[in-house]
Design a protein around this ligand. Structure first.
Ligand SMILES: *[C@@H]1O[C@H](CO)[C@@H](O)[C@H](O)[C@H]1NC(C)=O
Ligand SMILES: *[C@@H]1O[C@H](CO)[C@@H](O)[C@H](O)[C@H]1NC(C)=O
Ligand SMILES: *[C@@H]1O[C@H](CO)[C@@H](O)[C@H](O)[C@H]1NC(C)=O
Ligand SMILES: *[C@@H]1O[C@H](CO)[C@@H](O)[C@H](O)[C@H]1NC(C)=O
Ligand SMILES: *[C@@H]1O[C@H](CO)[C@@H](O)[C@H](O)[C@H]1NC(C)=O
Ligand SMILES: *[C@@H]1O[C@H](CO)[C@@H](O)[C@H](O)[C@H]1NC(C)=O
Ligand SMILES: *[C@@H]1O[C@H](CO)[C@@H](O)[C@H](O)[C@H]1NC(C)=O
Ligand SMILES: *[C@@H]1O[C@H](CO)[C@@H](O)[C@H](O)[C@H]1NC(C)=O
Ligand SMILES: *[C@@H]1O[C@H](CO)[C@@H](O)[C@H](O)[C@H]1NC(C)=O
Ligand SMILES: *[C@@H]1O[C@H](CO)[C@@H](O)[C@H](O)[C@H]1NC(C)=O
Ligand SMILES: *[C@@H]1O[C@H](CO)[C@@H](O)[C@H](O)[C@H]1NC(C)=O
Ligand SMILES: *[C@@H]1O[C@H](CO)[C@@H](O)[C@H](O)[C@H]1NC(C)=O
Length: 514
């Protein structure tokens, strides 16, 4: 099970704010229904985080002020019930982690308990070890609750049979079923009647196939769906054309599945033609795809803002059509087998890029891009490739660059002086290259530099008088170079380093710095 929730103090704070803002009175019918829920769910022998909120229920008549309960400020009726972890997992402070109470297993919910709340909009039953509903008291009993928009059943033990019981909840917009026991094939027809659904969260189950073929025959099925999260399942169908019915889809998460690509066409990674043109976020990281990245990817997803294909086995070169995604802000192609150069179009044309992560591939060539328009770039991570040449001056245009990692390449030349004037740079890793020459005396002068890794190069010269302006420095690795002379006093006196490596140089002086 995954714990997809905010931290305890935040959750507690939100509940308190909600409670204090709301009208406090409440309908007698709803008050007694809440007390029935308390009796049914509360287990005095358990010590769950959310259970303590139930203790306050019934202390007074003002049920709208009970923790986890919110009411509409005009009608005064309950519109939100938050029962997050009232009998699920326990936070063990000694392990600083959550665990399921080993003495307590699955339990079964009586959904009819929620029927009196005619104005209910949000019901949160996350993290309660619920394995299903009591016979004839499932969610189908709640079809009269036509205001219900958000149902969180995440981090429970529901199996596929929960899906048919949700069919009557036609007003649902947000359905959370992550971290349950859904398995096998899930068909969009299971959600046919949920025509208003905008978000469907199914990550962390054991789903093997998400079938949307029926979407063609039944227009209307999930055609309002904007977010589909299928991450961390066992899906192996990498033909994205099969997601055709989902015309409003904006976010598609398929990370950590078993999508494959093979030389034969069967099961190869196939982009959907033009059916998902409005997709803004696509995450297929941590799968087993070994095709090339399709050359037409740019025209297939022209509106992508976030694309993560990392941790697959993609080979071949980076298609230049990626630069046709004019709104792309984050591109992560790291940990694949990509070769060739970094396409020039990528750094010339992708004006909105904020994060470019191409590390751990087999990319070659120099970084001598003719124009470098990445005005918004904050993270440039190119480590673990076979890049050659020098650190080009054009990089100094990156006034928003916070992290620059070109470690584990074959860069040559000197460390440029402009490094010290990059006004946003905090993280600089150029270790394990072939850089030579001395350190520029102003390399910290921007006053922002926090983590600097220069190890395993051929850097030389003295370290005296180069640490001016380095007060923000926290971690510094100069090891495995040819620095000589004495270790400057200022390293110990004026710097506040939490990490310093100076070993494997020709330095003299106090041994404790080595
Ligand atoms: C009532 O709630 C609505 C929506 O939650 C909010 O916009 C409005 O300001 C609230 N009115 C009062 C009087 O608190
Ligand atoms: C479920 O709750 C309803 C409403 O409180 C109640 O009438 C019914 O008897 C309960 N069912 C079971 C099996 O306990
Ligand atoms: C699925 O859960 C229901 C309870 O809601 C249970 O009756 C059924 O046996 C479960 N099915 C499987 C295959 O475990
Ligand atoms: C799904 O899980 C149930 C047990 O909950 C099991 O009986 C069934 O064989 C599984 N189905 C698939 C397709 O894995
Ligand atoms: C991918 O799926 C589409 C639609 O279901 C189908 O027409 C196409 O033949 C499939 N492609 C492959 C390579 O299986
Ligand atoms: C994409 O979005 C535009 C504008 O929001 C809309 O007109 C168009 O129908 C959408 N395309 C698809 C395939 O849904
Ligand atoms: C996906 O897995 C199923 C069940 O293990 C198997 O029958 C099917 O051939 C696999 N599909 C691909 C494309 O590998
Ligand atoms: C899908 O793409 C293929 C080749 O990329 C093209 O021949 C075909 O016409 C496209 N189909 C649709 C429905 O756009
Ligand atoms: C891309 O996905 C990988 C693996 O799921 C993850 O570690 C990485 O942080 C993601 N990249 C970005 C930029 O979010
Ligand atoms: C980008 O899009 C334009 C127009 O749609 C097209 O002519 C061009 O070939 C595309 N560029 C790449 C590199 O795919
Ligand atoms: C940089 O980002 C800002 C805000 O996100 C945006 O308004 C601006 O157009 C971007 N600049 C470029 C060159 O894309
Ligand atoms: C690195 O570059 C140097 C000189 O340019 C070359 O001799 C060496 O073979 C390169 N090393 C690798 C691992 O590519």
């Amino acid at each position: 099970m995954e714990l997809n929730r905010f931290s305890l103090p935040v959750a507690a704070a939100i509940m308190m704010i909600n409670a204090s803002l709301l009208v406090q009175g409440c309908l007698e019918e709803e008050r007694s229904a809440l007390l029935q829920i308390k009796t049914s769910i509360f287990d005095p022998n358990q010590n769950h985080f959310g259970a303590s909120q139930l203790l306050t229920w019934g202390n007074d008549a003002l049920c709208c002020s009970w923790k986890g309960v919110s009411c509409d400020n005009i009608t005064g009726r309950v519109n939100e019930i938050d029962l997050f972890n009232v009998r699920g997992w326990i936070f063990d402070p000694s392990k600083r982690d959550w665990s399921l109470d080993p003495s307590k297993g699955d339990w079964y919910l009586n959904a009819t308990l929620f029927l009196p709340f005619q104005e209910l909009k949000t019901l949160d039953l996350n993290l309660n070890a619920i394995a299903g509903c009591v016979a004839n008291e499932g969610f189908e009993r709640l079809s009269r609750l036509n205001k219900l928009e958000s149902l969180d059943l995440g981090d429970n033990n529901f199996n596929n049979s929960v899906l048919s019981s949700l069919k009557g909840l036609s007003s649902l917009k947000y359905l959370y079923l992550w971290g349950n026991r859904l398995n096998g094939s899930i068909d969009t027809k299971d959600f046919d009647s949920l025509s208003k659904l905008e978000e469907l969260h199914l990550s962390g189950n054991e789903i093997q196939n998400f079938v949307t073929s029926t979407g063609f025959e039944r227009p209307g099925s999930l055609d309002k769906l904007e977010i589909l999260d299928l991450g961390s399942n066992r899906i192996n169908d990498s033909n994205l054309s099969s997601l055709k019915g989902l015309s409003s889809l904006q976010h598609l998460n398929l990370y950590n599945n078993q999508l494959k690509g093979s030389m034969d066409m069967k099961g190869s990674f196939q982009l959907p033609n033009h059916s998902l043109v409005n997709l803004s976020r696509l995450d297929i990281s941590r799968n087993e795809i070994d095709n090339q990245i399709p050359t037409e990817i740019g025209s297939c997803f022209p509106r992508l803002v976030f694309l993560n294909l990392s941790r697959n086995h993609f080979g071949g070169s980076i298609p230049s059509s990626i630069s046709n995604m004019s709104g792309l802000a984050v591109l992560d192609l790291s940990n694949n087998g990509l070769s060739g150069n970094i396409p020039e179009q990528l750094v010339e044309g992708s004006l909105s890029l904020r994060g470019l992560v191409l590390s751990n591939n087999r990319l070659k060539g120099q970084l001598l891009w003719k124009s470098f328009n990445l005005a918004n770039l904050t993270n440039l991570i190119l480590s673990g490739n076979q890049l050659t040449g020098i650190l080009p001056d054009r990089l100094s245009n990156g006034s928003r660059l916070k992290a620059l990692d070109v470690s584990l390449n074959n860069l040559t030349g000197k460390i440029p002086r402009w490094i010290g004037y990059m006004s946003s740079l905090k993280y600089l890793d150029i270790s394990e290259n072939n850089l030579s020459g001395s350190l520029p005396s102003n390399f910290c002068s921007s006053g922002t530099m926090a983590d600097v890794y220069f190890s395993k190069n051929k850097l030389e010269g003295s370290l005296i008088e180069i640490f001016d302006g380095c007060q923000s420095l926290d971690r510094l690795d100069l090891s495995h170079n040819y620095f000589r002379g004495s270790i400057p006093e200022s390293i110990g006196s004026s710097l506040q380093l939490s990490f310093l490596l100076l070993g494997y140089n020709n330095l003299e002086g106090n041994h404790r710095y080595q």
